[in-house]
Write a protein of this length. Structure first.
Length: 409
């Protein structure tokens, strides 16, 4: 049938005579219509294209913070693999949102609280960490410091380290703890990896350092030549959890249920990444230490080696009056939550240039002015960030009150 004939048919409305030729045309017409109709598989594909899938679970993650997280897909890290397990349990894909966690609270503020990611694994389960702005899942595991010694040496406490050379990290609780022990030779390093290297080469006899990194290095680089035992005591261990912005209560509830279902996977991942499984050792009376920054949980990165000099006790400051003792205590809590990462727990440090107990000596009557200017503007050239977005004026005042209480004469 010609094209003109078909057009004529529609113009006149009269059917054509069914001769042999037109019969053939009508015979293949149903088959042609079937070809034009969508096949069942195509209909399913079309429906799938319009189906709404759950949005990916965006995880805040540090691209270079093994054993916790890494941008290397071959070794994604403990926290990313836990996140992937939870994602499977709740039926959501997982997408990492990379950010450096070096600055602790500031990193949380600029990522999680800024809406750039949905959850941050490995935050310290502490209501004071970021106040009511961050809510937490149930605990995943505990992380903290550990004693590391050759497999041939059994260590059940600090007393067994008498007369030994012990590696510690600069500005950490173990450093402050061993500073009062004249019977232990303390050797200070900036990085736990460096301390493990010294232990492997016999420069030190034992180490009292950040446990997760010690365990990871021991397993991946040193063929498990040492045993790594967690140590329990003030400022030594913290429960790690998943943090969410305060409005994400529904997501938190969903994740809490998933944590129970993947508990076995979490235990297997702890072993995979070398986290300490021995012990733990509980320090006895007289073996306690001040609490240090909670943000140290996520990252213990520091750069240059420090001298192996013990912390010298500061001369006590005059006792605080009842009126400002509460403000000092609050300032101490804020300081140890963030500032201790560089300036030492309770502002105790062996490095004179960042010793904040010497501020009164250096600046005299301009101590307050110098402090406020520094924390609100920063000194980037010296590694001091701007903290104006992390704390308000009232919090800065409390930190300053604490620093006044510990100034040396």
């Amino acid at each position: 049938m010609s094209t003109s004939a078909l057009r004529g048919r529609h113009r006149t409305g009269r059917p054509h005579r069914l001769d042999s030729r037109s019969g053939k045309v009508l015979a293949w017409l149903p088959a042609a219509l079937l070809l034009l109709a969508p096949l069942p598989g195509h209909r399913v594909a079309a429906q799938e294209a319009h189906k709404e899938y759950p949005k990916p679970l965006r995880l805040c993650a540090d691209p270079a913070n093994l054993p916790f997280s890494s941008a290397d897909s071959k070794t994604p890290g403990l926290y990313l693999e836990i996140g992937e397990a939870i994602g499977r349990a709740i039926g959501r894909a997982v997408t990492p949102v990379w950010n450096l966690t070096y600055f602790g609270k500031r990193a949380v503020r600029t990522t999680l609280l800024a809406g750039k990611c949905d959850a941050s694994i490995g935050l310290p389960l502490d209501a004071d960490f970021m106040g009511p702005r961050v809510i937490f899942s149930k605990p995943l595991l505990k992380v903290g410091y550990a004693l590391v010694a050759p497999n041939s040496v059994a260590v059940a406490g600090l007393d067994e380290l008498k007369g030994r050379r012990v590696a510690v990290q600069f500005a950490t609780t173990p450093q402050s703890l061993l500073a009062s022990r004249d019977d232990i030779q303390m050797v200070t390093y900036r990085e736990p990896e460096e301390a493990m290297g010294a232990l492997a080469t016999g420069q030190v006899d034992a180490a009292f350092i950040w446990g997760p990194i010690a365990g990871y290095v021991n397993k991946t680089r040193l063929d498990n030549a040492f045993h790594v035992v967690s140590v329990i005591g003030p400022g030594l261990q913290w429960p790690a959890a998943i943090g969410f912005a305060s409005g994400q209560t529904g997501l938190r509830q969903e994740v809490d249920q998933a944590i129970d279902s993947v508990a076995g996977e979490i235990e297997a991942l702890k072993i995979k990444y070398g986290l300490p499984t021995e012990g733990p050792i509980k320090l006895g009376q007289g073996e306690t230490a001040p609490r240090i920054m909670l943000a140290a949980m996520q990252n213990q990165q520091v750069s240059q080696a420090a001298p192996s000099t013990a912390v010298q006790p500061a001369e006590p400051a005059p006792p605080a009056s009842d009126q400002n003792s509460g403000e000092i205590a609050a300032g101490q809590e804020l300081f140890n939550g963030t500032c201790a990462h560089c300036h030492g727990p309770d502002a105790v440090t062996v490095e004179r240039r960042i010793n904040l107990r010497l501020m009164k000596r250096r600046y005299g009557d301009k101590m307050d002015e110098t402090f406020m200017l520094t924390v609100m503007k920063g000194r980037p050239e010296k590694g001091m960030p701007d903290w104006s977005g992390a704390f308000n004026n009232d919090q800065f005042t409390k930190i300053l009150s604490f620093l006044h209480s510990v100034q040396t004469r």
